[in-house]
Design a binder for this molecule. Structure first.
Ligand SMILES: Cc1cc2nc3c(=O)[nH]c(=O)nc-3n(C[C@H](O)[C@H](O)[C@H](O)COP(=O)(O)OP(=O)(O)OC[C@H]3O[C@@H](n4cnc5c(N)ncnc54)[C@H](O)[C@@H]3O)c2cc1C
Length: 571
């Protein structure tokens, strides 16, 4: 029987979506299954361009349907985060390279859909309908996360347009995009007022593709513009709005990384459990070892936690508006927490399957490589943790009233994502109380134990928070950020568990892991250079031992073991 918590192509039928969405998601799964494992892996190993997949997507109008906002399109076209998340998971499941071409298309569209330029939006909608992909030209070779320092220079041409000259680096789809959204600054205006986002065409003669920066089917380009003519109708944003468009686009785009990492972990898990359960050493399957069971069970419940958190975050993303910006916390959480959980899931499984994880005929070998990228792209773990910290005090200590947010699988268009407004004012965002989610599960002993740690963190913030000097020590702050991130993770996991009626055993087992994680991060904080004595003693006092229950663990193990043979990709 298929595990109802994990995506399984054999049984996948997304009946909770409208008929066209359901058909397109299933057709995508079928396209990959029909292509088969051998071909998919061969394309990955030979770094083949994704032309066949993009031709399928063009023919089915997959990207056009999923990525054209309702206001720009017709029929089933809308920007619906729930179904976008579902497609991320499928694409991650079959290969991150496919996901990447779609992901950077989303990023490339961000500045366009946020733009007041009607002609540019109509052009983007037409290109999508024609099956074109898009690109997001923000990063530069010398500047990394410091996008203020752009050297893409726009010189006024005297006719309301510009000539753009400069290079961009790490730009996905820069080899093929019908439209590249490029960030730069005017030569004649100083400071933030000089920023410009404009639409370029990768086939124009002044657009020079230099190379693929990486050795992969992903085309992560370096390109150079030499006096590229930017007409007034190519300008998407100017001044501070251009900067906000960059950040708000990343806000929309980085939400996709969590579900991509979930897809990677799911595919890898079927392979890993199937291999371990059938590998016989000293006359017994490897899964008879207690440490192997522990590792695979931890991987399973961590993966379930990733799914619960991400699914619940979708609801907040879709319910967001000018008066409800809670997504600004849950979004970087999906980015740094869910994707780093994904790394742990793969690590745990790789320790078990060892040599098998290197073999070229399996998906696992690419999962082990690709899972590493997601925490690093679109803002590193540091950058996202630093962002999360801005919400700590309000989230933990200053709850506000909000109407309850239901599960959001409805066929709505998430229009607010393209009018998020200024990216400032994060410290004033308020949150609903995190405690009721815990109260609803106080019968589960590890939830109760984790609650003690969460309460202790509130006490820390009230009584031993980093002082003025420590507030500049990001090394210390990031350790605090990890503790906070765990509380937020646990909260949304509990909310989603309640909404979906998750099995108590799985939830309690997951919280046993979270209790251990909190303890480990507390010990980490204890060892930080600048931790005060008060903080050190708080940290050790927050260490807890999870509640052991052999019968519960055995029941969870039965679920994990049942994954053996539950799915194998068509050869
Ligand atoms: C495969 C791939 C695909 C990509 N695709 C695209 C794309 O399509 N379009 C695009 O525009 N870009 C793309 N990028 C660029 C990517 O977004 C950058 O890698 C990312 O922004 C981080 O920049 P960096 O890696 O140069 O790190 P740097 O910015 O050089 O950071 C160095 C270190 O400083 C830390 N740091 C930097 N700023 C802060 C801060 N404010 N607070 C705390 N710590 C900080 C970082 O965490 C890191 O440890 C891609 C990169 C890769 C590798």
């Amino acid at each position: 029987m298929a595990d109802e918590l994990l995506f399984n192509p054999r049984t996948y039928d997304p009946a909770h979506f409208d008929p066209e969405t359901r058909r397109l998601l299933r057709a995508t799964v079928d396209w990959f299954e029909n292509r088969g494992k051998r071909r998919i892996i061969e394309d990955y190993r030979t770094r083949a361009w994704l032309g066949d997949f993009l031709a399928f997507a063009a023919e089915e109008k997959l990207f056009a349907t999923f990525l054209t906002p309702a206001g720009e399109g017709a029929g089933d076209q809308r920007w619906d985060t729930a179904r976008i998340a579902a497609l991320n998971e499928i694409l991650g499941f079959y290969g991150l390279d496919y996901w990447y071409a779609w992901q950077v298309t989303i990023l490339g569209l961000g500045p366009v859909w946020q733009s007041g330029n009607d002609a540019a939006r109509a052009r983007a909608a037409r290109l999508l309908a024609e099956g074109e992909v898009f690109a997001f030209g923000l990063s530069e070779k010398s500047h990394g996360a410091d996008i203020y320092s752009t050297d893409m220079l726009l010189e006024p041409d005297g006719e309301g347009g510009f000539r753009a000259t400069g290079s961009k680096y790490y730009i996905g789809n820069g080899n093929a995009a019908g439209l590249v959204s490029v960030f730069g600054r005017r030569t004649d205006v100083e400071g933030p007022d000089g920023y410009v986002f404009f639409a370029a065409d990768s086939r124009h003669s002044s657009y020079h593709l230099v190379k693929n920066v990486v050795d992969s089917s992903k085309f992560v380009s370096e390109f150079r513009l030499e006096g590229y003519p930017v007409a007034a109708e190519d300008v998407l944003h100017t001044g501070r709005a251009a900067f906000d468009a960059a950040l708000n686009t990343v806000n929309v785009g980085k939400f996709n990384l969590c579900t991509a990492s979930i897809g990677i972990c799911e595919h890898a898990m079927y392979e890993a459990v199937t291999h371990a359960a059938n590998r016989v050493l000293y006359g017994r399957p490897v899964t008879a070892f207690p440490h192997v069971r522990r590792e695979l069970a931890d991987a399973y419940v961590r993966l379930v936690g990733m799914k619960l958190f991400s699914d619940r975050a979708v609801d907040y993303f879709r319910t967001a508006g000018p008066d409800d910006r809670r997504y600004l916390l849950f979004n970087p959480m999906t980015k740094m927490k869910v994707t780093t959980e994904g790394e742990k899931v793969i690590d745990l499984m790789w320790d078990v399957i060892a040599a098998k994880g290197f073999e070229k005929d399996n998906y696992f070998a690419q999962a082990a490589v690709e899972i590493r990228g997601l925490p690093k792209l679109e803002g590193t773990v540091h950058v996202n943790l630093a962002l999360i910290l801005k919400f700590l005090r309000n989230h933990l200590l200053e709850p506000a009233d909000y109407p309850a947010v239901p599960t959001r699988l409805d066929a709505a268009d998430d229009a607010f994502l393209f009018r998020q407004g200024p990216a400032r004012g994060l410290g004033s965002v308020r949150f609903h109380d995190w405690r009721p989610a815990f109260d609803a599960y106080d019968r589960l002993r590890n939830v109760a134990r984790f609650r003690e740690q969460a309460d202790a963190l509130c006490e820390f913030v009230r009584t031993a928070a980093p002082d003025e000097a420590q507030s500049r020590d990001l090394d210390l702050l990031l350790a605090v950020g990890q503790l906070f991130a765990l509380v937020v993770h646990a909260q949304l996991v509990l909310e989603q568990a309640a909404l979906t009626g998750l099995d108590d055993d799985v939830l309690d087992e997951l919280f046993a892991v979270l209790v251990r994680d909190f303890s480990a991060h507390a010990v980490e904080l204890h060892g930080k250079d600048s931790a005060t004595e008060e903080q050190q003693s708080w940290a050790l006092g927050a260490v807890r031992r999870p509640v052991v229950d052999e019968a519960r663990s055995a029941r969870v193990w039965t679920r994990v073991e049942a994954l053996s043979g539950a799915y194998e990709m068509r050869p």
